[in-house]
Design a protein around this ligand. Structure first.
Ligand SMILES: Cc1cc2nc3c(=O)[nH]c(=O)nc-3n(C[C@H](O)[C@H](O)[C@H](O)COP(=O)(O)OP(=O)(O)OC[C@H]3O[C@@H](n4cnc5c(N)ncnc54)[C@H](O)[C@@H]3O)c2cc1C
Length: 459
């Protein structure tokens, strides 16, 4: 519990209009997309690294927990204050400080919305590729903390590949700069990489220097319908063998298609067992040539329909289908465990077959969709939390899926992180020695354990 004296001191730091103490207001900061609820004692909206530094110094002296929060769109509970205390919302620190066209870099505050940055740099012919499907509302700070990816990761990589340097407030309150303001740099340990994906447990990002690339000349999207999901999954590696790297290769299975089809009327026939949603970019000539080669490949691989979006409207309609899946699945069951396992691309067919067999054994529906191009499939275990037996079956299914993923040479999280949701499972993937070393790193950064406690490690 944060005492009244502390609340007074914190109010002095951020100003009385930048603090929430009423329960009804705090509730808005008590949940994220993981569907769990932990009420903070207070919520603060600082406007600078200096203010955050003062808050963390106070937390260290008085032993109260502090949890950083971007947009709260995380899926593993990373921004939830599980022990109460202070939530620091970065939403006021939302300025794009500079876009340097000569050096193709942007400097941003952490509360900038990913999609706003994309739009701003696109206006200058530049491209910031990391595109989580939540890009219209998630923040760059949250993206850095989770090392967010998105459909374009197959060609362009993830957030980590675009962060050159950071300004970070350490749990002690000290402000440090990591990385470089140049394209290269190798002085000392790579603290930037250590902080990316650390889920707000090692420091609070207050500024980021991001790498930009030139905006490709042309984009085209195709939707390919298969009667059998194994043909769709099998096609993914064949694309690579043609030495074509699409911008995205998204796979959507039958259950996911049916959920969105009722509302969006996409015209995908009943016979569809799976679709691939593929985007290509490059020069106009190259894109057209690759579309023709891929069409040929898919038809040889038993595709029953290949649509190429012509014009912005059709393109939007195709991507709306992908964007609507996550929420639509709740039509089947009121709750879901949304896992983001990754396997080597060549093992996707085995992953899909394995998941479907786990679903059949447990009597559950487990739709699969996502970034097949980089082997990252979103496996959604659907259940009704009011049904105790079904909930237990769902938990067992998740554990079996993780086991299968690791057997296939994969990882239990490609982009959503560990947070609270996956903390019980990290020892399935990491050795005890690796976990102990990570805990030592956490202790070095945060000896009193005040910053985002209870995340990644169970204790
Ligand atoms: C519909 C939907 C689709 C999604 N699609 C994708 C997808 O395609 N790819 C993907 O990777 N994710 C996806 N996500 C998950 C989520 O959007 C990402 O994890 C995103 O990066 C979280 O950003 P946020 O601003 O909401 O962060 P939050 O959820 O607020 O926080 C996430 C973590 O970051 C920490 N944090 C936030 N800001 C800072 C900061 N400034 N400094 C230090 N730590 C900080 C928090 O403490 C927490 O641990 C999706 C979520 C939804 C709801």
């Amino acid at each position: 519990m944060v005492s009244d004296t502390m609340i007074k001191e914190l109010t002095g730091i951020v100003g009385k209009e930048n603090i929430l103490t009423e329960k009804v207001e705090r509730i808005c900061y008590s949940y994220d997309a993981s569907n769990q609820l932990y009420l903070p004692d207070i919520v603060l909206f600082p406007s600078s690294a200096k203010e955050i530094s003062l808050i963390l110094k106070l937390a260290n002296l008085n032993n109260f927990p502090v949890t950083p929060r971007g947009a709260g769109s995380g899926i593993t509970g990373g921004s939830l204050p599980i022990g109460g205390g202070v939530v620091i919302s970065l939403e006021r620190m939302n300025r794009i400080l500079s876009v340097d066209e000569n050096n193709m870099m942007a400097i941003v505050e952490p509360g900038v919305i990913n999609g706003d940055l994309q739009a701003k740099v696109a206006g200058k012919g530049l491209f910031y590729p990391p595109d989580p499907s939540s890009m219209k509302f998630c923040t760059i700070g949250g993206n850095i903390a989770e090392c967010a990816g998105g459909p374009r990761a197959v060609k362009y990589g993830v957030t980590r590949d675009y962060v050159l340097g950071l300004e970070v407030v350490l749990p002690s309150g000290e402000i440090i700069n990591t990385g470089v303001g140049t394209m290269k740099g190798v002085v000392g340990y790579d603290l930037t990489r250590l902080l990316i994906g650390s889920e707000g447990t090692l420091g609070i990002v207050t500024k980021a220097s991001l790498r930009l690339i030139p905006m490709p000349e042309a984009f085209k999207t195709m939707l390919v319908v298969f009667k059998d999901i194994s043909d769709a999954a099998g096609s993914v590696c064949k694309i690579t063998r043609l030495r074509i790297t699409p911008t995205t290769i998204e796979l959507i299975d039958r259950d996911s298609i049916r959920c969105v089809e009722d509302n969006l009327n996409t015209g995908i026939g009943d016979e569809a067992d799976a679709v691939l949603l593929i985007e290509l970019d490059g020069s106009r000539e190259e894109v057209d040539r690759h579309i023709a080669s891929l069409k040929d490949l898919f038809l040889k691989n038993n595709a029953v329909d290949v649509k190429v979006a012509s014009g912005k409207r059709e393109l939007k309609a195709l991507w709306r289908l992908r964007g609507a899946i996550s929420a639509s699945l709740l039509k089947i069951k009121p709750n879901k465990m949304n896992e983001d396992v990754v396997v080597p691309r060549s093992r996707i067919p085995e992953l899909i077959t394995g998941v479907k067999s786990i679903a059949a054994k447990k009597g559950l529906t487990i739709p699969c969709f996502g970034h097949a191009g980089d082997g990252n499939i979103h496996v959604n275990v659907l259940y009704d939390a009011l049904d105790v037996d079904e909930t237990n079956q769902a938990k067992e299914a998740v554990e079996s899926i993780f086991k299968l993923t690791i057997e296939l040479g994969g990882t239990i999280s490609g982009e959503h992180g560990v947070g609270i949701a996956k903390a019980p499972y990290i020892s399935m993937e990491l050795s005890q020695a690796a976990i102990d070393l990570m805990k030592e790193i956490k202790k070095t950064f945060d000896p009193k354990g005040i910053l985002n406690p209870g995340k990644i490690f169970i204790n």
